[in-house]
Design a binder for this molecule. Sequence first.
Ligand code: FEO
Length: 401
Amino acid sequence: MKFQVKPGVYSIGALNPAMRVFDIVMKTDYGTSYNSYLVRGSEKTALIDACHKSFLPQYLDNIRQVCDPKEISVIVLNHNEPDHTGALASLLEEVGDVTIYTTQAGSLYVKAITNRTDLNLKVVKDGDTVDLGGKTLRFIPAPFLHWPDSMFTYLPEDRLVFTCDFLGSHYCEPYLWDYRMAYPQKYKEAFLGYYQAIFGPFKKYVLAGLDKLAALDYDMALTSHGPVLTREQGGYLDYALEKYRLWSTPEKREKKLVPVFYTSAYGNTRKVAKKVAEGILSVMDADVELYDIIDHDLCKLSELLNECDGFAIGTPTINRDAVPPVWQLLSCFDAIGSAKRPCVVFGSYGWSGEGVPNVCARLTSLKCALAAEGLKVNFVPTAEDLDKAFALGEALGKAIG
Ligand code: FEO
């Protein structure tokens, strides 16, 4: 795939329409693309972001349709996850002397990804520029969009901004112009799924990133996955910006949100969950709902987990561990944005009850604030067990304040 975005600016990335799972955990029904761009000034040629290493031959062919790789003297790495920098080590064999521009965090990652310590790296700060001759690249660090190393690169002369993963989508059509998409409804679905999986945990950083973009004069966002976003008739740039702001703006709530998650084979963990909820409500006026994890959509539960003021989670024990739906929910926990969140753990067990301490250990490693020791109940909760469950809820409510 190679096409001209504007005079002297080319999209030369690789298409991967067959991909159905990205990064092990993310379903991608419509494939993806690894977008990369060449910017040709009168003095220098810059490559912006690279490609997944599996697509190196296709990628090099695309570069050669624009120029000899030896003409590239600037490489900008907006983000160093291997879907973008995986091909870099091999690519460096094809180019001449290059200077690599990336953030401080990016400089560490790129060394570890290429296993090279001799790279000619230039660490950039906000506002630093490179003059290519009639085309200027200005760097705008945008941390946690979605890695610490992320940045945008702005090309003011052409009113373009290169946003890497930000505003992207795992979506692949032969022509990656937004206004030429054959299946816009499928694109919207992919755009939402991508946001939820990649940027959902980083909402406050998304809002900061949108503010940085709002300060720029541009008419196209060149992402690293999916179509180029434009303001042409039928383009999706404003749609993408509006959706990111809408999805990232916190809901205004009148009460604190304290979900009680659990699952229960025989109703015993459920009995404890109800008592924990009563305990919470005895010390605070909060929105406290019980959620049996296996009866609800994981995306919805994940949002609650990451947006609540505190939570309780209950698990039975099977095979000396918490049960898989509980682990699946905890795998969605935003360990950065939700650190220090008050929580408590409970559960009924039959033989040995490792589920509760295992979940407590996991939450501790995620830097959550356990409000009390986990409560283990052997089989059917007694009146005394239910009193302890009530007290557990009280402790959580007090910790939330
Ligand atoms: Fe597309 Fe965060 O890599």
